[in-house]
Design a protein around this ligand. Structure first.
Ligand code: RET
Length: 238
């Protein structure tokens, strides 16, 4: 069997490798900290750990896949997102629950995130010629989530849940508005004609490399950063 090495100029494989390591380390951290987390915040910190743990397993797989084939592991990328993004919706629900959040709000967030991801997957894989259309539908679902968190129910509930919850929700809202906005950039770079008909990277291999690097950076920021905001909240409010 051929032994696969990461060449020192293979930045794509390198970010998959670092991504795996970072997600593993974050998971160990969140899981070990559960022991010194107050009862009230334990589920939230557990969910932070589950998000990075699910990502760690997918990154381990995606790292190997990318190293062996040189391709983008698009299918498993989306499997990861379809599991972890709804868990981020659960985090919003959990922290606003004490202020009266209903399960209906959770389902709204989860439904919108599924629309966002399924349409993005279709645009990247089975219907690439209509990638702009799918990207726009996905973007609309994304803006709906951002709306709920910035101005809708999540924002309103967080205001009545105490200053620490309001502050943490505002920080998480920035993650959704700025951190999540990195993903459409990866989509645009990776798909021919992705920017309303304009192709930013014409060489297909270079396009998929750029996309993977952008997605890997975004995942590290959003999954680990998001978890740390929840962790900080669990320490500031007891
Ligand atoms: C841990 C993974 C996360 C937080 C993934 C988030 C993914 C997105 C916010 C993806 C959004 C997309 C658009 C808004 C339009 C183009 C297609 C997507 C799916 C890349």
């Amino acid at each position: 069997m051929e032994h696969l090495k990461i060449a020192s100029d293979n930045y794509v494989a390198f970010t998959f490798f670092i991504g795996t390591m970072a997600m593993m380390a974050a998971s160990v951290f969140f899981f070990f900290e559960l022991g010194n987390t107050s009862q009230k915040w334990r589920t939230s910190v557990l969910v932070s750990g589950l998000i990075t743990f699910i990502a760690a397993v997918h990154y381990y797989y995606m790292r190997g896949y990318n190293l062996e084939t040189g391709d983008s592991p698009t299918f498993f990328r989306y499997v990861d997102w379809i599991l972890t993004v709804p868990l981020m919706c659960v985090e919003f629900y959990l922290i606003t629950k004490k202020a009266g959040a209903k399960v209906g709000l959770l389902w709204k967030l989860i439904f919108a995130s599924l629309v966002m991801l399924v349409t993005g997957y279709i645009g990247e894989t089975i219907d690439r010629t209509n990638s702009v259309l799918w990207g726009v539908i996905s973007g609309a679902a994304y803006f709906y989530i951002a709306y709920l968190i910035w101005f809708g129910e999540v924002a309103n509930l967080s205001q009545t849940a105490g200053p620490q919850v309001a502050k943490a929700t505002r920080t998480l809202a920035w993650f959704v508005l700025v951190g999540w906005a990195i993903y459409p950039l990866g989509y645009i770079l990776g798909t021919p004609g992705g920017l309303f008909g304009i192709t930013l990277v014409s060489d297909p291999a270079a396009a998929s490399h750029a996309m993977d690097i952008v997605y890997n950076i975004a995942d590290a920021i959003n999954k680990i950063g998001f978890g740390l905001v929840i962790y900080a909240l669990s320490r500031n409010e007891d």
